[in-house]
Design a protein around this ligand. Sequence first.
Ligand code: BGC
Length: 872
Amino acid sequence: MALSISEVSFEHHRTALGIGESAPRISWRFDGHVSDWWQSAYDIEVNRGGHTQTFHSNSSDSVLVPWPGEPLESGEEATVRVRSFCPHRHANTAWSEPVTVEPGLLTPEDWQNAEAIVSDRETEVNATHRPIYFRKDFSLDEEVLSARLYITALGLYEARLNGQRVGDRVLAPGWQSYNHRHEYNTYNVTDLIQRGENAISITVGEGWYAGRLAWLGSRNIWGDTLGVLSLLSVTTANGTRTFIPSDDTWQSSTGPIISSEIYDGEVYDSTQEIQGWDSPGFNATGWFGTHAVKFNKTVLAAPDAPPVQRIKERKLENVFSSASGKTVLDFGQNLVGWLRVRVKGPKGSSISFIHTEVMENGEVATRPLRTAKATDNITLSGADQEWEPSFTFHGFRYVQVDGWPEETELNTNSITAIVVNTDMEETGYFHCSNPLLNKLHENIIWSMRGNFLSIPTDCPQRDERLGWTGDIHAFARTANFIYNTAGFLRGWLKDAYKEQLENNYAPPYVVPNMLGVNPARSIWGDVIVAVPWDLFQTYGDEAMLREQYPGAQAWIDKGVLRNEVNLWNRSAEQFGDWLDPLAPPDSPGEATTSSSLVSDAYLIHSTELLANISSYLSLSENAEKYARDRTNLTRLFQSAWISKNGTVANETQTGLTLPLYFNLFAKPEHYTSAAIRLTNIIAQNKYKVGTGFAGTHILGHALSKYDEADTFYKMLLNEEVPGWLYQVIMNGTTTWERWDSMLPNGSINPGEMTSFNHYAVGSVGSWMHENIGGLSPAEPGWRRFNVDVRPGGGLTSAEARFLSPYGLVQAKWVIVDGGKKKGCDELFKLAVTVPANSEAIVSLPGQPVRGRSRESSVVVRSGVHHFERCLT
Ligand code: BGC
């Protein structure tokens, strides 16, 4: 198979229309598995305004190479092709497919005279905001050559041109710390407008911007009026540019959406639909005017993340009656999104849909939703109609339907679940011979999907759905393998840093922050070091790391609340080993491991990561300083928490995991004995999990590090609570907040916080990818990666794939009878695929990790490689 370039991307965008970078770095992936392909040079061909220029570079880099030539201007389109040369094979790839890139509006001035406008209609501010319909007619004298719509909202928008929906983003512009970074979107609308009469119309809902958020019922966090800011830029056949900006010549009204709230759902009254409101020439008598409001255009930013979209559809699996006779729909999967309803029924009759994750006592279980109503309600028009809500979403598997009309059959044709999340590229794949582990992995993916909706959230269903920082700290390493998270987390970290600066240098507990100033807490605050580090491991993007450095440094230098010896101030409140399974259900922070110990351990680890980051960024003075700090703090940690003979103040699973994984012991023999004690504690606990947020995501990695993967296999395969497979055995289809969100008798955990869709527990995915699948980066960005399978747990085969920045990485293994020829009962056979311009360090099982020296590993370059070794 010939080598080709499979994909060219700009920065971390797969679709590069309306990006925020004028000189976007370029990357390409290779396709096909030519052996020993190493790039020595590349050509980039750029076509701008009809002129083509080719740039040759003698560089082996194929990821994030500098933009050649002059930076692009706002709205300037360029088409790019790439080819790559390999000296060793005296060959080059063919030119890649041409890909276009086009920045959005790079400066506030580019918005011309567009203003953020709101309706003249007076409304009650401290209540749910009724969505507003904005419209404007305009005419064009010339044929349209090209047109772009730049748009954002004070709230969430849906735009239409001449009656047709613009683009396929939903819940746009998503959730940001709007006062610091307010995203706008760019659409190619050339095909939606024409010479002559046209109409632009935009519906705006309250969304996160002005809606109710969190359990205290706060609203209007970023503003109390719904509005829109847009600029339609049209280039006509004679080359002139016409702008249709949002301004006070627009009209506004209310329409069929009576309310649409993130937590509570949507109320839609079809009888209030306004015929023709989105077409040119509509008679807007009785509509309100609009007026401009102050808006700081310097916070406008193009998105870093891919858009939130409808990702899949899920068929209705079952319709049944609840214990009290209510009609309940089951989609067979706990998911995030909403329903699409096709229905006909008596005009003015209403249907309501209550969304829940689980059933309890034969009824949809609404208690875990707390104050979120998660209820959509539609009043029917009397005609055939198709409806989806616009500015809400729900986390659900079950839906209670009340008022369904007799005229329509309730079945797979009339109701479908639409899965909605940020449309990230799927990069990871995992499969092994144990079906329960495969199901666990599938559940991990579903929880990631559901909680990667614009920002990384704790949960998608109750009155939270917030960007809890501790949760993504635990999950990032797993997430980065499953989907390409680079743009998504890049944008979110920009907000985290801005919020941190307003929170005494401590990242707030949630980003965007809607809780007000909150005191520093470890692990949640450490996110600002850990997530940039994890991103760097996966994507190797030094510029992005540099962008994230000030946040990491500010946290360590100024954010952490320290005591007189520079460890954590012990009177600081902490979340600590949150949700330790032994903590009381109503007090998840009362863990068995001291929260001060946990915080100190994380502080040292973050300081070490900051030293490493500094040295990657060639900030050698800082690197030395933080390395010194790390050494001093470790000594202090030892005197505070570790006895002379190496026992830890809390000999718990977390208490031992942290010093083992973060290298906090004083003597080599302390590691050996602590690892033994950890495995003993685990065995005494019948291989059940004893860790919370602090320990769970690293427990397995710590055990593997000390050659105790077998112990972790037993934990992973344990089917009793607390353990990962318990949730699978209990028919979970996502990962849960609590090990026992559902109790063995099928009732719901009485704790107030009981979600069935939290990803922190799914952080075990990284252990599965790296130990069962064997894949991990050996240097930032996967140019060198490890293939180091730890077979165990009775598994007889597994396969992991990762779409690295270079191309497809794959490890596939099986254990077979070696027979007489090989002279062994268990022959481990491994096939490794290495993409061009990268290499793998392959270590074979069968020797203890500590003895697995460099000599026993082989380095292989691109191509497919086969290995085998007798295990017994
Ligand atoms: C969230 C968690 C979060 C925690 C911290 C909870 O309500 O759902 O996942 O990290 O609070 O207190």
